[in-house]
Each structure stands twice: as C-alpha cells, then as structure tokens.
Write a protein that binds this ligand. Structure first.
Ligand code: ATP
Ligand code: MG
Length: 289
C-alpha cells in the first residue's frame, strides 16, 4: 500500500499562542485506509485537518516545524487551490464553506471547478443527492436550511468531487441519530466500493469504530496512541483515563475482562458482541442440562 499522507515530526504553533496546537506528530496514512481520529476538545484535531488541506499555513499565521507530504509532495509545494483537489475536507462548521445561492449550485460548484463535463456532473449529482437525501432542498439557499441539513450539504459537496483523500471533521455533530447513521452508511459504502482514503474526526465513537481500520488519539497537542482499531482499544484504561468514551459494548467486554470472565479482543459491533456473549454463555448452559 502506498503512503498518501506522511506527517513527520510536525509541530504547529498558532501565532500569539503560547503553546503548540500540535507537537511532534508522526503519522503515515496509506491509500484506502479508514482512520478515526479522536481526542478531547482543544487537543489539535481540527488543526491537523487544516494542516492536511493547506489552510495551515496558507490561511493561518504561525510557526511550523517538520512537514507534511500529501501524495508524495510537500503540502507547501502545491499551488494555491491545488491541494484541495486531492484532500477534500468537511468542517464541523459547514456555514463557513458555502459560497453559492442554492444547495444545487453548492454541489455543482466544486465539480465545475474540477473541470468535469456536464453529463458527468449530472450523474454524480444524482448519485450524491440520493445518498444524502437532499432532493427536497435543492433549490433552497444554503443559509436557510437547518444545521443538520447544512452538514449534509457540506458532506455531499465534498463527496461529489470524490477526492482521493477525504477528511471529515465532526461531520455528524448536528445530525439526528438516523441522519448520523445514514452518513456512516454512506462512508461504509465508499470504503467498500472506492479506493478513497478517509479520515474521520469524531467524538461519538459508536458509528466510527466499526468502520475504522486504525485509530489515532490526540491529547494535549500530542499523538498519544495510534494503532489498528482492535489493538488500539486494548488500551481501554488509558482511553477512559483521558476522558474518551469507547462504545458501550466495548466497555462492557472490558469490564468482563477485568473480572476474568472474558479473554480476547473487545467486539466492535453489536452483532459481534452478541456472538461472543453467546459463546460465553453456551458452556454454562450445557453444564445445566
Ligand atoms: N486560530 C487559532 N488561533 C490560535 N489558537 C488556536 C486557533 N485555533 C485553535 N487554536 C488552539 O489550538 C489548540 C487546538 O485546537 P483545535 O481546534 O485543533 O482542537 P480540536 O481538537 O479540534 O478541539 P474540538 O474537539 O473542540 O474541535 C487549542 O488549544 C486551541 O485553543
Ligand atoms: Mg475541532
């Protein structure tokens, strides 16, 4: 697998800020990986997203050490606007991203900028509107729709462009549980069918964890823990100590493990948990017969 993002000894301090927002970060992301990034408020997650699509150092002033390569090229060596074609970012404050007068234009705008043909744009538009349930909103101005709807538009606009790398910064923070699940279903579909590299920053782990190949914990500007998802959650005590809340089923099995009643990886989905629980209970039931 080829590396699509290489972060090496990367430190960033916003100008006038006494401490770095990210300090000595090292992380390599490979093509097609699905990475979950978690960490408490202020730990540096959004700063990392800014650093991946060139908003840092492009739009923000500060002091940088080390470097970030995207698709083999240093982030700073991309001409203005070029990096955004490779790295599509959806931010948690979608309003800041809107530039047009209707939802439809918002979705088409990015594709036009990529120089796609009209039939291609039409086909992609149909696909993304269906995926994100946006058809009733197409003619509305983006500033007249609800927060959750805005988030769906911002995500759809990036999905429509199918950038090779997508970074989603809390993409579902304003969504109701059904819309949230739908977005994660869309991401699961993308993961299965496309070769996109997807990085999702999320506080709510229930939906994220089953999809993630690898997890990263940022804490106080540092990369505190990183690893393949199941191995990552083996460090449950550290995660709980740092104020992170792994999915309930994982905590439940961690508890069983502490009691000496379970040995093995912590299940990441309800179905997997049910299976493990059944096999834990079976010998006991056999004993009763
Ligand atoms: N524009 C800025 N200028 C100066 N400092 C900033 C700026 N943006 C963020 N910071 C600081 O950088 C640190 C990291 O912030 P960042 O927004 O990356 O955290 P985060 O992990 O995304 O938090 P949250 O979960 O609240 O979104 C914080 O200490 C924050 O106060
Ligand atoms: Mg943030």
């Amino acid at each position: 697998m080829s590396a699509v993002i290489e972060i090496k000894d990367y430190t960033w301090r916003y100008l006038y800020s006494p401490n770095p927002a990210l300090e000595n970060i090292n992380l390599t992301v490979h093509q097609g990986e699905f990475i979950g990034i978690i960490g408490p408020n202020g730990s540096g997650k959004t700063t990392l997203a800014y650093s991946l699509n060139g908003l840092i150092p492009g739009q923000y002033h500060g002091i940088k050490q080390g470097g970030i390569k995207v698709l083999g090229k240093d982030v700073e060596s991309y001409p203005t606007g070029a990096l955004q074609k490779s790295v599509g970012v959806v931010f948690s404050d979608p309003e800041a991203q809107f530039t047009t007068m209707t939802v439809e234009d918002e979705l088409v705008f990015g594709m036009e900028n990529l120089g796609m043909s009209i039939p291609e744009i039409r086909e992609r538009l149909e696909w993304v509107v269906e995926l994100t349930d946006l058809s009733p909103l197409m003619l509305k101005p983006p500033y007249e729709i609800s927060g959750g709807q805005k988030q769906r538009v911002a995500l759809a606009a990036v999905l429509a462009m199918r950038p090779p790398i997508m970074v989603l910064d809390e993409p579902t923070s304003m969504l109701d549980p059904i819309s949230r699940r739908r977005i994660f279903e869309v991401l699961a579909k993308l993961k299965r069918e496309q070769r996109n590299t997807i990085i999702v920053i999320e506080h709510s782990l229930e939906n994220l964890v089953p999809l993630a190949d690898r997890m990263v914990l940022l804490h106080n500007s540092h990369l505190l823990l990183e690893g393949e998802t199941r191995q990552f959650f083996e460090q449950m005590d550290l995660l709980l100590e740092k104020g992170l809340f792994p999915p309930g089923i994982m905590q439940f099995f961690h508890y069983l493990k502490q009691q000496g009643r379970y040995d093995g990886y912590l299940p990441v989905t309800v179905a997997e948990a049910a299976e493990k629980l059944t096999s834990l209970l079976e010998p006991a039931q056999e004993g009763k017969q």
